[in-house]
Write a new protein. Structure first.
Length: 111
């Protein structure tokens, strides 16, 4: 196959993807893609490399967001000690009222 038009390259892309995709579960798949892309991109111009880089960077950030959301969904509330009840300490000082015996406590007038 010798693609020349955009449609030909789209068809060529589909054929390549069908050939390569079955191996994506392999341990060596990522290193294979890395070396393949490096070899294929050597002849590209800087602007074309920037486009590819931007596209892969966007894909990376989307994958990271998706992974972060999946981790947040997997996290569940841990069981609290004491049967799952949250312990609360109550300040009982308000029950005693003001303990001044009805006298004004003026500490500045000590002597």
């Amino acid at each position: 196959m010798s693609p020349s038009s955009k449609d030909d390259f789209t068809e060529f892309e589909k054929l390549l993807k069908e050939k390569i995709s079955p191996f994506e579960k392999s341990v060596h798949y990522s290193s294979f893609l890395e070396s393949l892309f490096r070899d294929l991109c050597i002849s590209l111009e800087v602007e074309d490399l920037k486009k590819i880089n931007n596209s892969l960077t966007v894909l990376l950030s989307e994958k990271q967001k998706q992974e972060k959301q999946n981790k947040a969904k997997k996290k569940k509330k841990g069981v609290l000690p004491g049967g799952g009840l949250k312990a609360k300490m109550k300040d009982d000082l308000a029950d005693y009222g003001e303990f001044d015996g009805g006298y004004v406590q003026d500490f500045e007038d000590f002597m």
